[in-house]
Design a protein around this ligand. Sequence first.
Ligand code: AKG
Length: 301
Amino acid sequence: MVMSKGLEYLTRGQVDQYQAKLLACYRRYLRIPGFLGNDETDALLTRSKQLLDEFNIDDHPLTKFTTSDKNHVGDDYFLNSGDKIRYFLEEDAVDSSGKLTRDKQRAVNKIGHALHELDPVFRKVTLENEKMKSVARDLRFHNDPVALQSMVIFKQPQIGGAVPEHNDSYYTSPPTALGFWIALEKCTHLNGALSFLPGSHLTTPITKRFVRTTGGGTGFEHLDVPEPTPERGDLVLIHGSVLHKSERNTSARTRYAYTFHMIDSPPYATYDEKNWLQPTPAMPFSRILDAPNKTTVSMAA
Ligand SMILES: O=C(O)CCC(=O)C(=O)O
């Protein structure tokens, strides 16, 4: 990659795109192809599979990851997971008698939320990664960024649940969240790729038409519109205020991804004491950079 003056990893075009020019008013996400090489991606994928194999269902409280407004996960197992590596099940993975409806490896929705602190493989990619530090410096999005809420989201075939439309910037005042989402496998519209809601009708692709169907009546016809379908190792940066979601995985293929959030720290931002995830004295949020960025770009739209 040809380096732009003053930048360490990103190109000037990528930084401009993420900063005011495009993302502030238009897309608010940025895909960085091939951020992780094959070996690095394989290491995360292999470790994710090992963690699934190590999962012990016998002493698990059967906590499921649910996100609907009426039924949002909130038991102690979840609330105290900020400094641990814990497993959250798919809603449909447990029957009425409390038994798994499939192999444990296929029953887990996600593992979180301190992989980046506790697991050496995830730690290496998150906190001990010079490329990650360079991205944080190049973007100048945070003054003194810290990492939190790391997860592997599995989207298992047929059962991998949809993630409803949401944004991530609820941790600090002012909002400073930036999502780092890394595809560990190829994503398609069938296995639950991420999608985003652009800020303008001018930029929102039309993905379907309401048409007359050949047998009579009407229906929706899907248009073949290119959509973000990250390859293995691609990093997707998600601005904390952009609405994004992913659909249920209806395909026969898995769609593993690793994600964590980066926020700013005092005195630049105040962490809300009511947040579900709280740092603990034994595990405060780890800094990304050795020294704060000197100047940052406004988070505001
Ligand atoms: O991986 C997914 O399907 C959803 C991820 C997401 O919404 C997030 O990281 O905020």
